[in-house]
Design a protein around this ligand. Structure first.
Ligand SMILES: O=C(CO)[C@@H](O)[C@@H](O)COP(=O)(O)O
Length: 223
């Protein structure tokens, strides 16, 4: 099988982007071995990595394509073991164009405690719009993880969720935005963890969180 001709070029471009973005996971020390994955939506399909393949071997040609039910439609290897979770998110969150899953150390440590990361840094207000929430414990193999991600992030500002006893999933308008959220998540998870070792981090007032989030989401960057 393969994708419809009218999206062939878009799928091929997404394969290049998603392959390159997988290299960002070891670059920012968000993964060990093969323990992380990135996907990007292309119409009624999404591009994702093959399961268990070294990041050194993940080029555009290695990427596989699935439909929104998580069925493999293009590629010679099995898709990521988290494909069902990515697919569930795409089916139930129309605005999401990219999904990332890692087991990054500090975010996983907060997930192991089932504790949300409090909004005590301006970087958290900027990128997450408040605390980073915890999602329910769910075992890989069906829609449980995807359902937990969607239930937690629907109507929530955060693009990241700490799945209890597991690790972070992030979402974005595209795969790059989801990777960025995963990178900043691990940074704030580490900083708040370190802060709490020496005292009690101080929450940012809600009006300041709202102002910082609005600026960062709508003004920050090149214009
Ligand atoms: O933690 C798990 C499996 O338990 C996965 O998220 C991780 O190993 C990545 O798996 P894939 O290589 O994407 O299949």
């Amino acid at each position: 099988m393969s994708v419809p001709d009218q999206i062939r070029a878009d799928v091929d471009a997404a394969k290049e982007r998603v392959a390159a973005l997988h290299a960002e996971l070891p670059r920012w020390e968000l993964v060990v071995w093969t323990a992380g994955n990135v996907s990007e939506r292309v119409g009624d399909y999404f591009v994702i990595k093959p399961s268990g393949v070294s990041y050194d071997d993940l080029d555009a040609e290695a990427m596989v394509v699935c439909d929104l039910d998580g069925n493999l439609v293009e590629g010679t290897r099995s898709p990521s073991s988290d494909t069902a979770a990515h697919a569930y998110v795409y089916r139930h969150m129309d605005h999401v164009g990219g999904v990332v899953h890692t087991h990054s150390t500090y975010a996983a440590a907060w997930a192991a405690r089932g504790e949300e990361i409090p909004c005590v840094l301006t970087m958290m207000a900027d990128e997450f719009g408040g605390p980073v929430p915890v999602g329910p414990f769910a075992i890989i193999g069906d829609d449980s993880i995807g359902r937990g991600i969607v239930e937690t992030l629907t109507n929530h500002r955060s693009p990241a969720v700490l799945m209890a006893n597991h690790g972070p999933f992030t979402i974005g308008r595209d795969a790059r935005a989801a990777v960025k959220a995963a990178v900043l998540l691990e940074e704030v998870a580490r900083a708040v963890h370190i802060s709490r070792q020496l005292g009690e981090p101080q929450p940012i007032p809600q009006d300041a969180v709202d102002a910082l989030y609005a600026r960062y989401q709508n003004v920050y960057g090149q214009h």
